[in-house]
Design a protein. Sequence first.
Length: 135
Amino acid sequence: MLVWEDSRFPQDVQDLARRVDRWRRKRVGRARMPESLWTEALEVASEWGPYQAAQVLGLCYSTVKRRLEAQGPLPADLTEASAAPAFIEILNPMKGGQVAGCVLEVQTSSGNHLRLEMKEVSAPDLLTLLRGLAA
C-alpha cells in the first residue's frame, strides 16, 4: 500500500509522499530533488527519525540521515539504537516451565501487525519465537 493511501500517516506526510513521487516520475534524467521538498522531508525526519522518514517518503536513508545530521546532532530518541527494544518483560504466571497462556502483539515501524495467541508454550520456545521476530 502506498503511503498516501494509508490513513495511519498524517495528512501532511501523505501529501509530501505524493509530491515526492510526482517529482520522481516527472524528473528528467538524474535531476536532484528540489530543496523545498528536502526541507519538508527533513522536518518529517526530525520528528520520526531518518529511517522512518526515508521509508515513508521513498528516499535514500543515508542521504536523509546525512542531511539531518548536517543540521545538528540527532536526539537520542531518533537513533537506530533506541528504535529496537532492549528488554522485553513477560508478565505471566508460569507452571511447570511453561507460560500458561499469552497474547503476543507486534507492530513494525511500517505499520504491519502480527497477533499470536498461545496456550501453554514452553519458555525456551517463546524465547526462540521472540528472538526470531526481533531478528
